[in-house]
Ligand binder design. Structure first.
Ligand SMILES: O=C1O[C@H](COP(=O)(O)O)[C@@H](O)[C@H](O)[C@H]1O
Length: 260
């Protein structure tokens, strides 16, 4: 477990650009040290904006894209190609523009996949895929992701872990089906807290004043059942990457120097 830190950028555009640059550095470092790297993507407005900036970044090809595994933190359980799927948006923003190995891109299953309209079976299938990629040294049924990116909702949800929902109590399974999500669509698939905490680095990315209360609560020692974003951390590093508006109600101990 690592204690969270907060980094504040002047606006959402610079937050997206700076996070894209941070991804390049993180993945290059991991590939240099280990030979390959892994990343968990998030959906949502700022999550996709980061991928768009990464696609446009002059340094993007410092990453060896063929030696990268791409996973998702959550997915809206909608048919393949649906514009609301996090996968569809990530492919359009970045994945279709770089030279990834298709075998190393791991979208969460869709209802037109092998398990049909059964999100519980789809979640099990994704857990199996993660287990096959985990190595003994990961000490976990999922890989020790080099970076896990997470958006955060105004209600403080991360991935598709919403306040007061059963998925928050999951201690064994790395992936669960979520039914009755308060944000559409109601049926989703999500990594659980244990899977997210297997990541070496967890980055919670937030833009806009509408996220300021959720960010404040997440960094104030709130309980993860009420404030899911308070329950995520990385093995070596936990970062809240914020724009000034999302950081406008930070607890005092996180008040940044210089940027505000
Ligand atoms: O539905 C989702 O929402 C969250 C946050 O999205 P945002 O647009 O409010 O930033 C996202 O993190 C999650 O991946 C996605 O499925």
């Amino acid at each position: 477990m690592s204690r969270p830190g907060a980094i504040v950028h002047p606006d959402s555009s610079l937050l997206a650009k700076a996070t894209a640059a941070r991804i390049v550095t993180r993945l290059v470092d991991a590939q240099t040290a280990q030979g390959s790297a892994s990343i968990v993507l998030t959906g949502g407005g700022i999550g996709i904006a980061v991928l768009t900036e990464l696609a446009a970044a002059p340094a993007r090809d410092a990453v060896d894209w063929r030696r990268l595994d791409v996973w998702w933190g959550d997915e809206r359980f909608l048919p393949t190609g649906d514009p609301e799927r996090n996968e569809t948006q990530a492919r359009a923003a970045l994945l279709d523009r770089v030279g990834l190995d298709p075998a190393r891109v791991h979208p969460m299953p869709a209802p037109d996949g092998p398990d049909g309209d059964d999100p519980e079976r789809a979640a099990e299938r994704y857990a199996d895929e993660l287990a096959r990629a985990a190595r003994p040294e990961d000490h976990s049924p999922v890989p020790a992701f080099d970076v896990c990116m997470l958006g955060i909702g105004p209600d403080s949800h991360v991935a598709s872990l919403f306040p007061e929902q059963p998925a928050l109590y999951e201690e064994e399974r790395p992936v669960v089906a979520v039914r009755g999500a308060p944000k559409p669509p109601p049926t989703r698939i999500s990594l659980t807290f244990p899977a997210i905490r297997s990541a070496r680095e967890v980055w919670v990315i937030a833009s806009g004043e509408g996220k300021a209360d959720a960010v404040r609560l997440a960094l104030s020692g709130a309980g993860p059942t009420q404030v899911p974003a308070a329950g995520v951390w990385g093995r070596s590093r936990t970062l809240f990457l914020l724009d000034r508006a999302a950081a406008s109600r930070l607890p005092e101990q996180f008040a940044p120097h210089g940027v505000m």
